[in-house]
Ligand binder design. Structure first.
Ligand code: AMP
Length: 220
């Protein structure tokens, strides 16, 4: 199976769609945000630096990200494709990623651009709840995305948490950073003819559209 890169503004549904794909196709979901959140818990200078950068909504330095990504892609569960959520986030990372792929003898795969209205994205961010145990995502503001029981994951019974950077102030910084740094990747991948655009409003519809794209690629 081809690997999938998701490009999307914050809260466009990258995490949710990645989770669905990962369950349907049995390939790992690699979120650089999650890799960083784990690394930020380590009590050292690097952990502290990552935590500070993330809390400001700024991008963490490319060196750190590339190191984490290369290590993760070497694991055997990545041999049959994987989903990248949150990486690459700028042109420099995209170029460095291709060098890593060459080194590991892997191919680029396809890129899915999730498009979402800015106001809806803000609502999704401020109400977002995550399950740290199974990675499921809920929303305490959007009716159809609320968990059945307040604060508890429907899927695994884990206790839901709110991310430190999920607030309206950080949202603006993250959104602007996306437009400035990640926006140019759209043209970069369009020029390679591997970019697919998907409007991300309803979860099921979006997932169906992504599956249609993958089906088309598999039949080629
Ligand atoms: P996310 O979970 O993808 O929304 O990422 C949360 C935060 O992690 C971002 O606001 C950045 O601070 C950091 N981050 C995640 N992925 C990257 C990346 N590829 N490059 C730099 N910073 C990143």
């Amino acid at each position: 199976m081809e690997s999938i890169i998701f490009i999307a503004p914050p809260a466009a549904g990258k995490g949710t769609q990645s989770k669905l794909l990962c369950d349907a196709y049995h390939i790992p979901h690699i979120s650089t945000g999650d890799l960083l959140r784990d690394a930020s818990k380590t009590e050292n200078e690097r952990g502290k630096f990552i935590k500070e950068q993330m809390e400001q909504g700024a991008l963490v330095s490319d060196d750190i990200i590339l190191e984490l990504i290369e290590e993760r892609l070497k694991e055997t569960d990545c041999d049959n494709g994987y989903i990248l959520d949150g990486f690459p986030r700028n042109i420099e990372q995209a170029i460095a990623y291709e060098k890593i792929l060459e080194k590991l003898n892997k191919t680029l795969g396809i890129v899915i651009l999730l498009e979402v209205d800015k106001e809806l994205a803000c609502k999704r961010i401020t109400g977002r709840l995550n399950c740290p145990k199974c990675g499921s995502v809920y929303n305490e503001i959007i009716e159809e995305s609320k968990p059945k029981e307040t604060g508890i994951c429907d899927r695994c019974g884990g206790e839901l948490i709110k991310r430190n950077d999920d607030n309206s102030d950080t949202f603006s910084t993250r959104y602007d950073t996306y437009l400035e740094k990640t926006g140019p990747l759209v043209e970069y991948y369009q020029n390679k003819n591997i970019l697919f655009r998907v409007e991300s409003n309803d979860i099921e519809e979006t997932f169906q559209k992504i599956q249609n794209i993958l089906q088309g690629r598999i039949e080629l």
